[in-house]
Design a protein around this ligand. Structure first.
Ligand code: SF4
Length: 351
């Protein structure tokens, strides 16, 4: 990374301050610059046509303007889902997904390059964590896609590669800037953050007073079983996670989502469904069942379709609100993190 100022990660107040004290210019310039960066989605200072050439040169001198580039885009012929491989300014590759729904366009963003959480069913973690992403890089995943399709993005899920609460400050900054009325102004209610359950950070997040949906990757009903799937379970028990969730709800009054990946023969029995229903009793929850995507490096298999439906029916008997995640972009099938991994493996085998 260069040592220039990452201007696109500055929030509105910080930019105002920088324009006045760093650039020695008028305060109203900040509004113009912020508008170019976060509404018009400019990719260079040269595009900022209502700024003087001198100011544009000064900006280019002192600041870097984070702009991701599309390496590849796979488009589903079935449902229009687009999976993007994007290059970060330092050459790292990440992936983002656009899903088209009747209610609008939704983007699933990555928040780290790789991940160090080690969940057994996830391809993003196979090579560990390379680095955290900056707020500007995560924002630009959305900006690049909005520019590409020339349609507004209305929903965002932070559920791609990386654990957002392991990159807490940048993740929170990203959410605040994404929902800023001076920027893209995406409602916080349309933003979901998914975590594997870093308990202290859930309490921190509750204190931020955000209106986002918190999604917990639960995936098992006992600590013992969860530890087999997710190393983070060695650190925090399910009980501790649920206690933090109750605190989050107490603060924000926002219904929680629990993600449960169904792995054939591992956690998809009727007994598991009953145990999950008992576990979440009394919590205002939405349960999202995800038939797990097989990845070639692990031997997990997807639950049979009837096992998924049985699981859902059992849970509903407990009064739970349950959905089965619709598989988007089936014809461009790639588990989370798999596109990036395949691309990097192919590059390495060419060398
Ligand atoms: S599921 Fe999420 S937290 Fe777990 S390894 Fe994959 S990216 Fe990391």
């Amino acid at each position: 990374m260069s040592d220039k100022i990452d201007i696109k990660s500055m929030n509105y107040e910080e930019l105002e301050q920088f324009v006045v004290t760093g650039l020695n210019d008028k305060k109203f310039r900040a509004r113009q610059i912020y508008d170019w960066l976060h509404v018009k989605l400019a990719r260079s200072f040269d595009e900022m046509s209502n700024l003087s050439r001198a100011l544009r040169e000064k900006l280019a001198d002192q600041c870097e303007l984070t702009a991701l580039t599309v390496v590849k885009c796979y488009v589903s012929e079935i449902d229009g889902t687009r999976k993007y491989l994007l290059r970060l300014p330092d050459g790292n590759i990440i992936e983002s997904v656009l899903m088209k729904y009747k209610h609008g366009n939704s983007v699933c963003v990555s928040s780290q390059v790789g991940c160090r959480m080690g969940c057994r069913f996830c391809a993003s973690t196979l090579d560990g964590l390379a680095r955290n992403m900056t707020a500007s890089e995560v924002l630009d995943e959305i900006y690049v896609i909005q520019r590409d399709i020339n349609e507004r993005i209305s929903n965002v899920v932070i559920m791609g590669s990386g654990e957002p609460l392991d990159n807490y400050d940048n993740a929170v900054r990203f959410i605040k800037m994404l929902s800023d009325a001076n920027g893209l102004n995406i409602s916080q209610r349309n933003i979901t953050l998914s975590t594997c359950g870093i308990v202290p950070r859930i309490y921190d997040l509750a204190g931020e007073d955000l209106q986002i949906t918190l999604a917990i990757s639960l995936h098992a009903v006992t600590d013992e079983r969860r530890r087999e799937l997710m190393p983070i379970a060695n650190k925090y028990s399910i009980e501790e996670i649920l206690k933090a969730c109750r605190a989050y709800y107490g603060h924000n009054n926002r219904r929680l989502t629990f993600e449960y990946s169904l792995v054939k023969g591992v956690n998809d029995s009727e007994e598991d469904a009953r145990a999950l229903g008992r576990l979440l009793r009394g919590i205002n929850a939405h349960i999202n069942l995800i038939p797990v995507n097989p990845i070639k490096e692990r031997d997990f298999r997807q639950s049979e379709a009837n096992a998924v439906v049985n699981f859902k029916n059992k849970l509903e008997k407990y009064g739970e609100n349950v959905t089965i995640r619709r598989e988007m972009g089936r014809d461009i099938q790639a588990a989370c993190g798999q596109l990036r991994k395949n691309y990097i493996d192919a590059l390495e085998s060419e060398e």
